[in-house]
Design a protein around this ligand. Sequence first.
Ligand code: GDP
Length: 430
Amino acid sequence: MVRAIVGANWGDEGKGKITDMLAEKSDIVVRFQGGSNAGHTIINDYGKFALHLLPSGVFYNHTTSIIGNGVALNIPYLINEIKGLEERGVPTPKILVSDRAQILMPYHVDFDAFEEERLGGKAFGSTKSGIAPFYSDKYAKIGFQVSELFDEASLKEKVNRVVEYKNILLEHLYHKPVMNPDDIYNTLLSYREMIEPYVTDVSLFINNALKEGKTVLLEGQLGTLKDPDHGIYPMVTSSSTLAAYGAIGAGIAPYEIKDIITVVKAYSSAVGAGAFVSEIFGEEADELRKRGGDGGEFGATTGRPRRMGWFDAVATRYGCRMQGATEVVLTVLDVLGYLDEIPMCVGYEIDGEVTKDFPVTYKLEKAKPVLKYFKGWKSDIRGIKNYDELPVECRNYIEAIEEEIGVPITMVSNGPKRHDIIIRESKLNK
Ligand code: GDP
């Protein structure tokens, strides 16, 4: 059985915690897209961890953690992340890396920074992890697949070809020092040594595991609105953040994905540039940012303050639809306990017309939020285990969200810890 866990919003929905919970019940956890550009925060018996590249299953002895072919594989970063766990007492996890994954090179990180520098004020707000240059190269067929490390003659020839091309950009577009092909070749050979023990035909491994009835969890990064096709292009990431891509990025049949658990945040937050209709500013935003998440809404990878906003029902309904959400987990609800009234964006006004359908970017830029106000519950809901024990105002807020998005909310997260979770029977049919 294959399940996917994905985000409906701009990322940072609190997927880490939910993934950790689901990983415990899975035999295999697979990262299928993205790279080390986003972080999951997981708090467990070993401590608090920010995982960037490793799947969340790494804390369990019974799970195999897989880096699928869709991932931007930064090899030294992965090895360091594994070491970091071992240093903190986590038993050495079982890790497999797809022989079809592509390698994120040091020059991808450089090109990311150079391009942001070149764009100046028009920059995308990249995390400068090399993700956009990496995926550009992959699809331009000048990337390096892990399998290519094992074919030395072709590798050498390809390195020369790629470096020749890159050097023209370095010299004439970015005015930076050029690269030496021998250095790049040697880097790749050193990567081969590091990664060799993990390399496997991951697709075959997962497909065999499925035949044996094993449970597989596909772990998404970021959220729908950062998807290159269906998100707020061009302020998006460079690999698909949708559950559908899980089939490609892990090498399984699409019909194997039976459950798409979509994580929705009880308010909005975003990093980087781009239209954000329900955004709030000033003291109102500072207060929510300070109280948000676990110790404030600041990027897990970059430490940047996140942009804040009220719950956006238009974006979230769309976010759930594009994921194909079968159920929703509503997170960080506890954070809103300080508010007298809670605004929710239930429509967009664009050129004088109100819509509930999420539009393309140039229309989104013009959208003004149509707000509806809900009475706050003015109390701390952490520690509550039963849905019926939540204050009635809080249940009203949850049920209003459920009605707006049209997907059953089966879990409500009311605190950062693993056990801060309320399982709920939804009135909506699956
Ligand atoms: P991800 O990128 O979607 O995995 O999001 P993160 O893992 O970065 O989650 C954001 C933050 O929210 C982390 O600091 C979590 O510990 C925290 N968090 C997750 N769920 C809850 C919750 O229900 N309540 C509170 N207060 N914090 C939460």
